[in-house]
Design a binder for this molecule. Structure first.
Ligand code: MGD
Ligand code: MGD
Ligand code: SF4
Ligand code: MO
Length: 716
């Protein structure tokens, strides 16, 4: 008898509701769930692929140990013993910071890693923590931390009520929305236009989103902070000053810092004429419900920190912050911001220590991953890195100068990977610990409800049970912690604490967090609880976003009352660098990235259905630039940067800004020994074989992928 399981898709931030029809141990169909209050039936081509992931014969289900003659399958006790012993041995010989840890993006989409990851990292006890944050949203978190006082106070555009949406450096029609969980953006954007609103896209490429917008404006990659500073200067020039939801500080400092960046002064560098900058700004400010939304294109950016500072500042000045139709904050049922310390992620920190080679700043206890290779190579330092743990990541393909990092990882004494695929990074592990697959554990989005465009809540029970021969991510982590404590001769309280977490499991932690949250017990006995969610498997609608900032804004660490800081010192200190960028704009071609609807960063390339059709790892080039190479559509060309070169086929695209070329990231599956047969057959090349680990936002340390200087040559 087929059984239908409602479930939240865990593959991207959109949190679509899926209906899985299951017969025995097979998923026979996947469709969108009309009763899901957030996605209302929408799903993208990746949703059904969750079934293929479940069934993928190349997905690892048994721990592997590296031997001289190749991988050997081993049992869990042996694998966990080996992994813990390897970690312990390195830490004992070289100190606890001799271990590095890298946490990848899918960890955010997994309830177990979200709830157990922080304590696992504390037990590892290393300062050499790295994650996908520093190739992604780090500047957004930095702006939230410095301006609002909490790294997770990330505003989201209230797309369902806005009348004027400006999208800068985001392509939600393909990415399905990011730091803006909003399934079916195509419909949501069409709705804005249908109610008489306007959608504007500012992007070096006429993207899929730009195609359905009212207006698209090209911007020179890497120049957005100049554009944004000019927009702020126009707002001040026009005397725009709206009420704010909370006390604001340093408005005058913001005015002074941006005054020199007139639209005229930035026109050449941004490629946008002064009149257009003024008009874009005035239209946004004039709308009764306008909002500026910016995402990775201006986050993984040489001025990522300044960009996200100025985006927030603009939304404050135009009165969009915390206003319906503007830039709002979700009120999640499991509130990671307000949750007590062991459950929450903390308000953040910045610059408490620095990376040992380049001196890049710590953020939230992590270092920028652009420094990982050099940090490993600096072996002679009194702080060497000799071992690595990766969880749900693939930094060889996803971080700048992946080839250098790969060589550094290959030279480590010991590598453990918690991952269910052999990928370009985990193939260097000594032990691989594969967790349960996406349908084999309960699912609750601990992080994403906090950045959703509507307050909803949903829990999905496991579709398939795992047998005794498999482990969940959280069990792998506590299994390692327990063993490390034993090897270290840790005290009884540390051991009891792990034992308690092991017994609890994510569901019980969730249950407590939901009861304590803003929609829980304080709403009476009928409030949100895990039991209630189990009875409502399609999810519960908690309504549109509501103004909430005054309740959420924390008092500052230095004792000052809660406020919005419009001009934190850290950003003001970076304005000199911005001014200098007006002079040294790079001539010649620059490279940017792009995402594909049927890709998910470096993975899901082993799903045959998603890989069908023509090759997607192509270099998009404007026809005028192609004529100069010279090359025609389909020619394989050599793309060269300071770091190296890769060869990729050209796809002519008059939607590219002249002088800008684009390549997707996450490909490069030609490396031997990943065991992902479909991915290898659609290998492509890795853009991060030529991105530059020295190119970072000097303020935040995030990798600056937006605008890598390259040359493109015909191959003789
Ligand atoms: N040049 C360039 N580089 C980029 C980007 C770009 O735009 N341009 N984008 C950057 C961004 S935004 C990001 S987020 C990063 C992503 O980079 P990473 O986070 O390093 O890489 P992913 O490809 O997301 O990692 C996927 C791995 O996680 C594993 N995995 C999936 N689910 C689970 C799970 O539940 N548990 C465990 N343990 N493992 C799991 C998969 O098997 C796979 O091996 O890439 C960044 N790199
Ligand atoms: N299908 C699919 N969906 C995904 C992912 C995926 O790999 N595939 N990855 C997920 C992840 S981890 C993330 S972080 C999100 C990201 O979600 P988005 O932020 O929407 O990411 P992108 O689609 O890469 O859009 C970035 C845009 O920035 C533009 N851009 C590049 N450089 C610049 C610049 O200097 N200035 C400006 N203004 N724009 C620039 C690019 O042309 C591109 O259109 O997507 C998530 N969703
Ligand atoms: S947009 Fe696609 S990948 Fe993202 S949650 Fe929805 S179905 Fe899953
Ligand atoms: Mo990301």
């Amino acid at each position: 008898m087929p059984v239908v399981h409602p479930r939240t898709c865990s593959l991207c931030e959109a949190m679509c509701g899926l209906l899985l029809t299951v017969e025995g141990d097979r998923v026979v169909s996947v469709r969108g769930d009309d009763d899901d209050p957030l996605s209302r039936g929408y799903l993208c081509p990746k949703g059904p692929a969750i079934a293929a992931l479940h069934e993928d014969p190349d997905r690892l289900r048994t721990p592997l140990r590296r031997t001289a003659s190749g991988w050997q399958e081993i049992g869990w006790d042996e694998a966990l013993d080996l992994a813990a012993a390897g970690i312990h041995d390195v830490q004992q010989r070289h100190g606890r910071h001799a271990l590095a840890a890298y946490i990848g993006n899918p960890a955010v989409h997994n309830t177990g890693t979200m709830l157990y990851g922080p304590s696992f990292l504390r037990t590892l006890g290393t300062r050499h923590r790295y994650s996908a944050t520093s190739v992604d949203q780090l500047p957004q978190m930095l702006a939230a931390y410095l301006m609002y006082g909490h790294q997770l106070l990330l505003p989201v555009p209230d797309v369902d009520r806005t009348q004027h949406l400006v999208i800068l450096g985001g392509n939600p029609l393909v990415s399905n929305g990011s730091i803006m969980s909003a399934p079916d953006m195509k419909r949501r954007l069409a709705d804005i236009r249908a109610r008489g609103g306007k959608v504007v896209v500012v992007d070096p490429r006429r993207t899929e989103t730009a195609e359905v917008a009212d207006e698209h404006v090209f911007v020179r990659p890497g120049s957005d902070a100049l554009l944004l500073a000019a927009m702020v200067s126009v707002l001040f020039e026009d005397g725009v000053e709206r009420a704010t939801p909370a006390p604001v500080r340093n408005l005058d400092a913001l005015r002074t810092a941006t005054r020199e960046f007139t639209p005229e002064s930035v026109a050449a560098a941004t490629g946008i004429d002064a009149a257009t900058i003024r008009r874009l700004t005035r239209e946004l400010a004039a709308s009764p419900a306008g909002v500026l939304y910016a995402r990775v294109g201006v986050s993984m950016h040489p001025f990522g920190g300044l960009c996200h500072w100025l985006v927030n500042a603009i939304n404050v000045i135009i009165g969009a912050l915390d206003r319906p139709g503007g830039s709002m904050f979700a009120k999640p049922a499991f509130d990671i911001i307000a949750a007590p310390a062991p459950l929450g992620l903390g308000r953040g920190s910045f610059g408490r220590w620095r990376s040992k080679v380049r001196g890049l700043p710590e953020f939230g206890g992590e270092l920028p991953v652009a420094t990982l290779a050099e940090d490993i190579e600096a072996r002679a330092s009194d702080d060497p890195i000799r071992a690595l743990v990766t969880i749900a990541g693939n930094p060889v393909l996803s971080t700048p100068n992946g080839r250098r990092l790969e060589a550094a990882i290959a030279g480590l004494d010991f590598v453990v990977a918690i991952d269910f695929y052999l990928n370009e990074t985990t193939r260097h592990a000594h032990v691989i610990l594969p967790p349960s697959g996406p349908l084999e554990h309960g699912h609750f989005d601990v992080a994403l409800h906090a950045i959703a465009v509507r307050n909803t809540v949903k829990y999905s029970a496991p579709v398939f049970a795992i047998g005794g021969h498999q482990r969940h991510d959280h069990q792998i982590m506590t299994g390692l912690e327990r063993r490390l404590h034993a090897l270290r001769g840790a005290g009884i309280s540390a051991r009891l604490e792990v034992a308690a977490r092991e017994r609890l499991g994510p569901e019980r932690i969730l249950a407590v967090g939901l009861r304590a949250g803003p929609w829980g017990l304080r709403r009476g006995l009928g409030g949100v609880s895990l039991a209630k969610l189990r009875r409502s498997p399609h999810g519960i609608d908690l309504g549109p976003l509501t103004p909430s900032l005054p309740d959420r804004l924390p008092a500052r660490r230095d004792g000052t009352a809660a406020h919005i800081d419009l001009a934190p010192q850290e950003f003001l200190g970076d304005v000199d660098r911005l001014r200098a960028s007006l002079r040294d704009a790079t001539p010649g071609l620059v490279l940017i990235g792009r995402r594909g609807l049927r890709s998910n960063n470096s993975w899901m390339h082993n799903v045959p259905k998603l890989m069908a059709g023509k090759p997607r790892c192509t270099l998009l080039v404007h026809p005028d630039d192609a004529a100069r190479i010279p090359a025609v559509d389909g020619d394989v060309v050599r793309v060269r940067s300071r770091i190296g070169s890769i060869d990729a086929p050209i796809e002519l695209d008059d939607g590219m800004m002249p002088g800008v070329v684009s390549l997707p990231h996450g490909f490069g599956h030609h490396r031997e020994g990943t065991g992902q047969r479909v991915a290898s057959a659609h290998a492509g090349v890795s853009i991060n074989d030529i991105t530059d680990e020295q190119a970072v936002d000097a303020l935040s340390g995030v990798a600056a992928f937006s605008g890598v200087s390259v040359s493109v040559e015909a191959i003789p």
